[in-house]
Write a protein that binds this ligand. Structure first.
Ligand SMILES: Nc1ncnc2c1ncn2[C@@H]1O[C@H](COP(=O)(O)OP(=O)(O)OP(=O)(O)O)[C@@H](O)[C@H]1O
Length: 341
């Protein structure tokens, strides 16, 4: 099945109206979100990500432009219609007490049953399926206020799944989670976009994770508004490095990851391949030593292969020295450089 544009914005302005005044947060925004894709919205604090998500979900009015949701302006849908098209997951802790996980996920069925509506056997099956999809069956009878942040986040995703909307919008679903839980939530959302052909759109500050897992990235900034594309295109055309151009952060095109900028005072020729080469290089670079197989230097470090724990250090006019840990390698190199400079 071909991908389909589910949400398009054209010349959109977003912001707030207060007592005759208008505060524009961002304007001239243009882009498209597709189904079967996970799209991540990235941007600095205060740039307007939540405002954009709220505007797209019709929680707050746009200031100008159009938001086309499945072929119709979003504001022309009734609330009831919207609740069958858009599932919204917010990060705020829900303050609901004495409600079980199954009951909360069951609230996802309210567009079809009415708020206090009784769930039919078919509704109950949908709720059970949603619980299984996010793998929280062991939590089904727990009270929601006793859950951890990560567990609650999964429950809220299950509720959105039970709502059976083609589009799910999530505001910072990975905030406050430990790293494995962040990865788990992102992978779950990515899987949903594929398996259920859903459109998944989320805001996040976890940029490395987003760059690895998102199909499309929306970069939002004060000067350029929105820049969108696959993470790889944004890397190749320089938008990512430009976007995160800050003192001390470099976008490394070779690895596709951000790294702390190193300032080098020395150069050392490093030979070898694979993990030992990469780890020795990383440790030396952190210590202001540019280490690479292309560098010319009087000191040479052989990293050898993974089968042997040895690194061989060649200092001029000295017999080779063998070390078996990076800590010793750094110590020996450090002592040599101290005698030279
Ligand atoms: N109700 C409001 N009335 C007026 N201005 C608001 C309102 N809510 C937010 N703002 C302002 O709109 C701008 C964008 O806020 P928004 O919360 O959308 O940013 P964000 O990108 O989601 O930030 P963060 O990454 O910190 O969550 C900010 O300057 C904020 O102070």
């Amino acid at each position: 099945m071909n991908k389909q544009a589910t949400l398009s914005i054209r010349d959109l302005s977003i912001g707030y109206k207060t007592k005759g005044n208008q505060k524009i947060v961002a304007q001239h925004l243009n882009s498209v979100i597709y189904n079967q894709e996970l799209t991540c919205l990235l941007g600095a604090n205060g740039v307007g990500k939540s405002t954009l998500l709220r505007t797209l979900s019709a929680f707050q009015p746009k200031l100008a432009g159009t938001i086309d949701l499945l072929g119709k302006e979003v504001s022309s849908y009734s609330d009831k219609e919207l609740s069958t098209l858009l599932g919204i997951v917010l990060t705020e802790k829900c303050d609901i007490r004495n409600m079980s996980v199954t009951e909360l996920v069951g609230m996802g069925r309210s567009p079809y049953t009415g708020f206090w509506g009784k769930l039919s056997p078919a509704d109950k099956q949908i709720v059970a399926n949603a619980i299984d999809t996010v793998n929280i069956r062991p939590l089904a009878h727990r009270l929601t206020h006793t859950l951890s942040d990560g567990e609650r986040q999964k429950v809220m995703i299950a509720k959105a799944l039970a709502q059976q909307t083609p589009i799910i919008i999530l505001d910072e679903p990975t905030a406050f989670l430990d790293f494995p839980s962040k990865v788990e939530i992102m992978q779950l959302l990515h899987r949903l976009s594929r398996e259920s052909h859903k459109t998944i759109f989320l805001s996040t500050h976890d940029l490395e994770l987003a760059l690895q897992i998102a199909d499309k990235i929306w970069l939002m900034d004060k000067v350029n508004g929105l820049t969108t594309g696959t993470p790889e295109d944004l890397a190749l055309n320089g938008h990512l490095s430009h976007f995160f151009a800050r003192k001390g952060i470099t976008f490394d095109l070779e690895t596709g990851l951000f790294r702390i900028t190193n300032h080098y005072r020395y150069k050392i020729r490093l030979t070898g391949h694979g993990q030992k080469y990469a780890m020795a290089r990383k440790a030396l670079q952190r210590n202001e030593i540019l280490a690479d197989r292309k560098v010319e230097s009087e000191v040479v470090i052989e990293t050898g292969n993974l089968q042997s724990p040895e690194f061989i250090l060649h200092f001029p006019q000295q017999p080779p020295r063998i070390v078996t840990t990076i800590a010793d390698l750094l110590k020996q190199v450090g002592e040599y450089l101290k005698t030279k400079h």
